[in-house]
Design a protein around this ligand. Structure first.
Ligand code: ATP
Length: 252
């Protein structure tokens, strides 16, 4: 279980997160949604243990995250930031191998197997010998995801992993995240695209100006009323083949 207990984050006088209580289960895909500036990335960074709240705690399996040794935390929680910087122009294989650093086994058989699997799962095997600096934006974001997957974390926390991907890779990544969750891994993703979040997630966390507006099963959180209250845009249910989908209704 990954939980936030009264997480409160401030920057100067600004309240970025206001007493957030959450409990996330492994084996589920949770989408964090909300308008720009709502605090989604801040919450994800807290859950990853990369940002310390001014008040409140993040608990992993009921123990405070800061009590865990840094290496153990890095093995448990794989974090993919929005637009991760490329510090060294190394090969894609070397970049993905960095995912094994918390295990210290990049050269071992188990490490090599995890690296090969991560390259394969992200469609990056054919790029393994390319310099990462020569990749396109979408290829680079897949390589960064492969790096996190190579670490075989118990929790995968990703900030807008869909942003640079074309429609085919978006769908592939959606399926992949669902498969990762089906293996028992907790997947938490910040998602801007509400239709994508509705399709992808088992659970949704809806943030509004640093506050928790709602959290729970996707269908109960993503209602036209709740989304309208937070985004200030009209939403409605529409029929699409056999499915009911949520659509926004522009007022022009
Ligand atoms: N160091 C800081 N000082 C002041 N305000 C900050 C600081 N860091 C973040 N903020 C503000 O906190 C708010 C939440 O930021 P955050 O990046 O978590 O939002 P977000 O929901 O991920 O936004 P987006 O959808 O635009 O990516 C924003 O209004 C941001 O400007």
């Amino acid at each position: 279980m990954l939980a936030a207990q009264g997480v409160h984050v401030k920057a100067g006088d600004a309240v970025l997160l206001d007493k957030i209580y959450l409990s996330l289960a492994p084996g589920r895909v949770t989408a964090i949604i909300g308008p720009n500036g709502a605090g989604k990335s801040t919450l994800l960074a807290c859950l990853a243990g990369l940002l310390s709240p001014a008040r409140g705690d993040v608990l992993l399996d009921e123990a405070p995250l800061p009590d865990r040794a840094a290496k153990a935390r890095a093995r448990d929680i794989g974090y993919l930031p929005q637009d991760p910087p490329l510090h060294w122009n190394v090969s894609v294989r070397a970049l993905v191998s960095l995912g094994r650093v918390p295990h210290g086994d990049a050269q071992s058989e188990a490490g090599q197997r995890a690296i090969a699997k991560a390259l394969d799962e992200t469609g990056m095997t054919g790029f393994a010998d390319r310099l990462a600096g020569t990749l396109s934006g979408g290829e680079r974001s897949r390589a960064m995801l492969a790096r996190v997957l190579a670490g075989e974390p118990r929790w995968l926390l990703a900030d807008e992993p869909f942003a640079a991907l074309d429609i085919a890779y978006r769908q592939a990544l959606m399926m992949q995240l669902r498969q990762i969750a089906a293996r028992g891994i907790g997947v938490v993703v910040v998602v801007h695209d509400l239709a994508l979040a509705a399709q992808l997630a088992d659970e949704v966390v809806l943030l509004d100006r640093g506050r928790l507006a709602a959290a729970g099963p996707t269908k109960s959180v993503m209602t036209p009323q709740a989304l309208e209250a937070v985004f200030g845009v009209a939403f409605a249910y529409a029929r699409l083949d056999e499915d009911t989908v949520l659509v926004s209704r522009p007022r022009v």
